[in-house]
Design a binder for this molecule. Structure first.
Ligand code: MN
Length: 130
């Protein structure tokens, strides 16, 4: 790859090593650059600084409710425009409605479907290109 800069960057906030590795491997295999943190405050700071093209947010983190982080990112002018996809094992209509209300642009249920996941992410990147 000649230009690392042109790769779309996906920031994953996830505290489960297995889910992180799976998502990271799939996205890197599809030409994306992946950044990561499991710590809420660190994630917010790194997202502000790195301005990723998309954020994947685990909603159940050990240190915080993922939706609380999404609200903070959406209130922050530096990060408000970055699309956020929720990742969660809780798949009720109410869970999805809560995620959308907090500002999530999409919702993916775990465990992820390894065949569909890269396309779901690529479609969201395209949708946000404007
Ligand atoms: Mn988790």
């Amino acid at each position: 790859m000649s230009s690392e800069k042109k790769k779309p960057t996906v920031f994953i906030v996830e505290d489960n090593e297995f889910h992180l590795r799976l998502a990271r491997d799939l996205l890197e295999a599809h030409g994306m650059r992946v950044l990561h943190s499991a710590a809420p405050m660190e994630a917010i700071a790194l997202i502000e600084r790195s301005k990723p093209d998309l954020i994947l947010m685990d909603l159940s983190l050990k240190e915080a409710n993922g939706l609380e982080i999404v609200r903070r990112l959406k209130e922050n002018p530096k990060t408000a425009d970055i699309p956020v996809i929720a990742l969660t094992a809780h798949a009720t209509k109410r869970d999805e409605a809560n995620a959308r209300a907090a500002g999530c642009n999409g919702f993916i249920v775990k465990p992820i479907n390894t065949r569909l996941f890269p396309k779901q992410i690529i479609d969201n990147l395209k949708a946000s290109e404007g």
